[in-house]
Design a protein around this ligand. Sequence first.
Ligand code: NAP
Length: 341
Amino acid sequence: MAGYTVAVVGATGLVGRTMLQVLEERAFPTGELRAIASARSAGQDVPFQGRLHRVREISADAFSGVDVALFSAGGGTAREWAPVAAAAGAVVIDNSSAFRMEADVPLIVPEVNAHALVDAAPRIIANPNCSTIQMVVALQPLHARYGIRRIVVCTYQAVSGAGKKGVDQLHAEREGKNAAVRAFPHPIAGNVLPHIAAFDDDGFTTEERKMIEETRKIFEDPRILVSPTCVRVPVDTSHSEAVHVELAAPYDLADVRSMLEDAPGVIVIDDPESTAYPLAMNAAGRDEVFVGRLRRDPSAENGLIMWVVSDNLRKGAATNAVQIAEVWKARREQENGASPA
Ligand SMILES: NC(=O)c1ccc[n+]([C@@H]2O[C@H](COP(=O)([O-])OP(=O)(O)OC[C@H]3O[C@@H](n4cnc5c(N)ncnc54)[C@H](OP(=O)(O)O)[C@@H]3O)[C@@H](O)[C@H]2O)c1
């Protein structure tokens, strides 16, 4: 069968299922699909290209002959199995944080730094954290034109960012029940939690650390200052962010607006008079990053404030991973001068 052999590891999860949809929607040339998960869900079926595919348990054999392995099964699974898949000849695109900060692992958001994927030899490529992806897509044109000195960002993150158990906890609590497995340390229905992942000795969470470190790696500028507070809110899908940025040079607000309107993957919705601004509800199911509430920040030199919203399961995870696969495919076909047999 013509096309690449594609493995989706974590195919039963929220991101994995979305990957299957996105591979299909974007017509990634998939000759054979390997749907992989843990022993818990081996034997289940997942839909892809109009038929059901049997989920198999992860094993070394499962990666034999695989060209592209999309991992969305957590850091532990990635650390154990991504090297196995890469050794079997696959290019691994991993959604976990396991390899993101390794110097020889490219951390890619195609609209921002596709150039960092320098060659197409099989190895591991990392997909950034969902909150970071949408922020850097919105900031890329500003960074390219003016340079960015400092970012202060507060996130409002959906429960689906914590996987299936996050959604299950919110839905159970909405019905007045206790979730079988809790994703959060407090109730999330009717609540706002200033706590995503573990706290470190300085009082930051690992989610906040990811926004600091990954932003610098993607923009290839370790001097950028990032001050994040990451917050979980009782929303099913889409992360929202209030982004306060200090640019390195004076800017014209109309120019910024028109740069953002022309930026790949960005849609500007910014007409506050008619209550038009990006909303989590409207971004769900979409692949773009939505930007609005653009205004000068009079409290900072060259300061600008914006509201940035995107679907965490799509652009924050599955769509970005499939876009990386598309960049890899283009590089590989350029090098080999051919499509797969
Ligand atoms: N949710 C988001 O918005 C988001 C955004 C960016 C990145 N990510 C990352 O993507 C990954 C998956 O997130 P998710 O939200 O899809 O979580 P999820 O809904 O909980 O799904 C987890 C998936 O991983 C599989 N898995 C777990 N342990 C495994 C093991 N030992 N071997 C093989 N498969 C295993 C599960 O399979 P079983 O059905 O067999 O348990 C399931 O398919 C995580 O690394 C997460 O950090 C998530």
